[in-house]
Design a protein around this ligand. Structure first.
Ligand code: SF4
Length: 395
């Protein structure tokens, strides 16, 4: 596949002209946010946007209906959220959200700033397509199945598997060269990609990048699958403290709720499942957080139907959408029409008000299915004559 145009991924300095107004995407390497950064985002959302922070499937965030782009860039730069004007759109790094706090074979979080700094220090890598994704998996297998372009996956103490185009290459790396190898792989992708945006689109792309690296597969590749076991609720940390996993309905975090989260004054991670992890809490503080923020809409109950549902932007944010899918999905949850359990049979021509859907499901305003999670997901797609429901293929 070749592309006839450069990728159009939005950033802070290049806003997307959405149907409901300019949209900014802010990269958060590893999904990591300091409390003061979350506060800055909340204030920007309230004063310059639509009072909401959208979480993305790459652990980034978006602000909609931005009416002063220059003011936004200034505020984000002051909060260290725009450290490189030239490289802002290439800082797409997803890492195991619980790494270093709860389980895992390795702590990949120190690799995040090293990889980010290496990307920003390489002028040639500013030309990477904004769609390229780097993954850092601490061995639990939560992000290696997300279909990244270049990644590492902890396989043993001090050892990583090299992943290219979403697959294990069979190459094994000592931990101390993991970041340097990923950066070199990014240069290799630049050499072979022509106009393509993703490594899997390049014929023999992974093999050509391995040849560029001068490496040889040493073992049979591991297999990875997309996982939907979002960390939710009370998560005891290895150091005796507590992390809280919080679901965010349809990935839309109100600015007011974000300000309450920032006031807890603990590190936060935006996960690639459009949820949050608030870390390093003592038990009393964690109890207060749940007591205050659950009534504000954050989800700490792993049985919540909200955790089954994702949706694209829909109307009014997208001109292609046939309806307001987010409102329809929210109504289905509120009215008890989203269920646990195996996917229901395929159907079509259904009105929103009588749709009942079970299992992991993604609601879309058209066939493009933007933001659909990877893996087995039921598609709920708006068509001209109503909704079509398509369950995932059964094994
Ligand atoms: S899936 Fe269709 S309606 Fe939804 S955001 Fe994408 S293009 Fe728009």
């Amino acid at each position: 596949m070749t592309r006839s145009r450069p990728d159009s991924c939005p950033g802070v300095l290049r806003l997307h002209d959405a149907a409901d107004g300019p949209l900014a995407r802010i990269r958060l390497p590893g999904g990591r946010l300091r409390p003061d950064q979350l506060q800055a985002l909340a204030e920007a959302a309230r004063e310059l946007g639509n009072e909401s922070i959208e979480l993305t499937s790459r652990g980034n965030v978006q602000l909609r209906q931005i009416h002063d782009a220059a003011a936004l860039a200034d505020r984000l730069a002051a909060a260290d959220l725009l450290p490189s004007p030239t490289h802002e759109r290439v800082r797409n790094i997803v890492a195991s959200p619980l790494s270093g706090r709860v389980g895992g074979r390795a702590d990949v979080h120190p690799l995040i700033p090293a990889l980010d700094a290496g990307l920003r220090a390489a002028p040639a890598l500013s030309e990477l397509p904004g769609r390229v994704l780097f993954t850092l998996d601490d061995g639990r297998g939560d992000v290696s199945g997300l279909g990244g372009d270049i990644g590492v996956h902890a396989t043993a103490a001090g050892e990583y598997a090299l992943l290219l185009a979403g697959r294990d290459t069979g190459v094994r790396l000592p931990a101390e060269v993991a970041v340097a190898t990923m950066l070199d792989a990014a240069h290799g992708f630049q050499r072979v990609r022509d106009d393509r945006w993703r490594l899997h689109e390049v014929p023999d792309g992974a093999a050509r990048v391995i040849a560029h690296l001068g490496l040889t597969p040493a073992t049979a590749p591991l297999e990875f699958v997309a996982r939907h076991d979002i960390p939710i609720g009370w998560l005891p940390q290895d150091d005796g403290r507590v992390a809280l996993g919080a679901g965010v309905p349809l990935g839309s975090l109100p600015a007011r709720t974000a300000e309450f989260l920032a006031a807890v004054d603990r590190p936060l991670v935006v996960t690639p499942w459009r949820s949050l992890v608030l870390g390093d809490l003592d038990e009393w503080v964690a109890e207060q957080v749940v007591r205050v923020l659950a009534p504000m809409g954050l989800i700490f109950d792993a049985a919540s139907p909200w955790l089954h549902v994702t949706a694209c932007a829909g109307q009014p944010g997208c001109a292609k959408s046939r309806t307001d899918v987010r409102a329809d999905a929210a109504a289905a949850v509120a009215e008890g029409r989203v269920h646990d359990g195996p996917p229901a049979p395929a159907e079509h021509g259904r009105t929103a008000a009588d749709l009942e859907v079970s299992g992991k499901q993604h609601w879309s305003g058209c066939e493009r299915r933007c933001g659909r999670p990877r893996g087995p997901v039921t598609d709920v797609i708006a068509e001209p004559d109503g909704y079509r429901v398509t369950p995932p293929p059964q094994d």
